[in-house]
Write a protein that binds this ligand. Sequence first.
Ligand code: SF4
Ligand code: SF4
Length: 328
Amino acid sequence: MLHENAFTFIFFGNNTMPEGTLCNKIPVNTKEELLTLLADKSGKIYYEEMSHLEVDRAALKATLDKSCKSRIRTWLEICAHCGMCADSCFFYLANNKDPKQVPSYKIQSTLGEIVKRNGNVDNAFMMQTMDIAWGKCTCCNRCGMYCPFGIDMGVMFGYLRGLCFSQGFVPWEMKIGSGMHRIYRAQMDVTSEDWVDTCQWMAEENEEDWPGLEIPIDKEDADIIYTVNAREPKHYPEDLAEAAILFHLAGENWTVPSVGWEETSLAMFAGDWEGCRLQVQAVYDAMERLKPKRMVVTECGHAYRATVIEGPYWAGLKSGKTPVPSFH
Ligand code: SF4
Ligand code: SF4
């Protein structure tokens, strides 16, 4: 049951701090919490609660001390304000070259201020920062290619989203998305049973046209482990069938894992660092368990970035590489 303006008091160390029942500093970890959040259509109550959410400045400062390392601090300091990154950003171009859309301005006025003030910021500042971090940057990294110093606003906005998430200032849809990963290890509510059923269904559905077609599940020592985007079992199961037909025609020795099959990460978009780790660890565990020679990932750029490029660091893999070589 939802109550408008319903606030609980959550204890942080010796402090009590008003928190919304939906908008708060605690990620979604249970199906019940997820359904409650989903029931708040368009986040009406969620955003009302956010307008009262207090910033835990001590926690924000502690997070900065622990996670804001020399690379980001140096980038913030050495920016020459030359504006060469401006034209690289499509938000700047699509908004009549509004100076407030220049990448360096966007990051200096948000993350730069948080670092300068050592976390001493208020609700209004965080609301505005959230709007910029999700509404005015996609973390595409393009500006970093144009900056003569290689200052990458995409990396910094990704980090800033993490700071916002830790304080509860995250868009309603993104909190739902990260909750999905925490509960289902998928960006949508697809259970392992749903996934396995869908694979079997697609194999049966097509085996008449393609004799011998199968979607092998949890086969050890295969040449290829294939992982997907949850939208495939959820909305486009024929995509799975098409991949299976290709592997079948090519005579590949392949498999899909029953657990750890999802490569996307809305947790990455949300800035939920722990959610990112949990998600990617499930895929790496599947690699360790089934020992394939390599992983092939479905068509999805953000999923590849999450599972192959960023994932090893979230999982603490010092090699910076996935447990087996991974191909798009
Ligand atoms: S191009 Fe680099 S140095 Fe110049 S304003 Fe942009 S971020 Fe700063
Ligand atoms: S990373 Fe963000 S600021 Fe930089 S070009 Fe992409 S959208 Fe613009």
